[in-house]
Design a protein around this ligand. Structure first.
Ligand code: BGC
Length: 375
């Protein structure tokens, strides 16, 4: 055990309480038992002289949201007195694996990981488990690893449902006769979130597709068919261009496009601008990236989901602190996220939709962006 909290994690809560009293050194009555003396002998110098080091592994700097996530995490953790090892892996799985291995050998005491491929970290994380290092999955669930202690994210299914409902309302699907043409795009199928985003949206849209009120001219309706490798803007643009050429170049109207996030929506927008002549369709997104918010203001994207990364970072810092202090870790979902080794206790933050009508209040008034950033 390298640090104070790890020795504390192996003790009961009562012992932890006693230890913290001993640490305060209030009175001679707090005479520790033999075991406590042994533990506190390890604990005291560490608590005073060593800081707790948190390894924060982020997938890529390519997307604005992860840059913000990393910056927020670093700021919040340092403000809470932790040492931080923040790494970005350029969306490369091997790089992320080696960064995590370095965090383990580099004496990190706890890991916070936003994975690239949720299934690719099992071996690396076995090392964390062997070294008794707790792991918190950040935003994306890490699959098939029993080293994962907690998960913090936004309610991913709700993200999808909000996107589906936005389309439902914008086209007035409950009342209008239709039919309307729609195309469907989601993200990387190796990202566990994708299943929730796409699943949530399709829960709303499928009944309309089945009744014929929504028509998918490309015929692509499964996650595999609608996936965008690496959430790549270029891949989404290529797929949209192909769909336009094959199904909408005869003047057919495209009424809506479901996109699971902003990087994919940006590719769709690029394709629509370059090769679609009709009126811009309803187009969803997620993250409120600056490019997308600008597109929303220019009527080239209809909405995005606002996931305030400050909220998520603050939540994860609370979880880290609870793990370190051995107190109850705040979670609000113990059913939804099974990573293949069991349900991972999770904290789900609430996402909301943003569009041209409410962006000022959500994004500017809250201090997330300045007006200038959106010009
Ligand atoms: C995140 C989204 C993000 C996407 C692409 C997902 O796991 O939840 O916010 O847009 O990855 O990076």
């Amino acid at each position: 055990m390298r640090k104070f909290f790890r020795s504390m994690m192996t003790m009961g809560a009562g012992v932890m309480l006693t230890l913290s009293m001993v640490g305060c050194g209030t009175s001679g009555e707090d005479i520790p038992t033999a075991n406590e003396t042994k533990e506190s002998a390890v604990a005291q110098p560490a608590a005073e002289n060593e800081s707790i080091k948190v390894g924060v592994a982020m997938p890529t700097k390519d997307l604005q949201r992860w840059v913000q996530d990393g910056e927020n995490m670093q700021k919040e953790l340092e403000a809470a007195g932790y040492e931080v090892d923040l790494q970005y892996a350029n969306n490369d799985i091997a790089t992320q694996v080696s960064q995590i291995e370095n965090m383990i050998s580099g004496q990190c005491d706890i890991l916070v990981i936003a994975s690239i491929d949720g299934t690719a970290l099992g071996t690396a994380l076995q090392g964390a488990k062997d070294a008794d290092i707790p792991v918190i999955a950040y935003d994306r669930l890490i699959m098939q690893s029993d080293a994962v202690s907690y998960y913090a994210t936004f309610d991913n299914e709700l993200v999808g449902r909000l996107q589906g409902q936005y389309i439902e309302e914008a086209l007035d699907l409950k009342n209008a006769a239709g039919p309307f043409n729609i195309e469907l795009f989601t993200g990387s199928s190796d990202d566990n979130n994708c299943h929730f985003f796409f699943g949530g949206a399709m829960e709303v849209l499928t009944p309309y597709i089945e009744s014929g009120k929504l028509v998918v001219k490309s015929g692509s309706t499964t996650l595999a068919e609608c996936a965008t490798p690496n959430w790549s803007t270029e891949e989404a643009q290529k797929r949209m261009e192909n769909i336009i050429a094959a199904y909408y170049s005869d003047g057919s109207k495209l009424d809506a496009v479901l996109s699971s996030n902003d990087s994919v929506a940006n590719g769709i927008t690029n394709a629509l601008v370059s090769s679609y002549n009709g009126e811009f369709p309803i187009l969803t997104g997620q993250d409120c990236d600056i490019t997308s918010v600008k597109n929303i203001l220019a009527s080239k994207q209809s909405m995005s989901i606002f996931k305030d990364t400050r909220t998520l970072a603050a939540q994860v810092v609370k979880m880290v602190t609870a793990v370190v202090e051995g107190t109850d870790v705040p979670v609000n979902d113990t059913e939804t996220y099974d990573n293949g080794t069991g349900v991972i206790p999770s904290y789900l933050c609430e996402p909301v939709f943003a569009d041209a009508n409410n962006y000022k209040e959500l994004l500017i008034d809250s201090g997330y962006y300045t007006e200038d950033q959106l010009k």
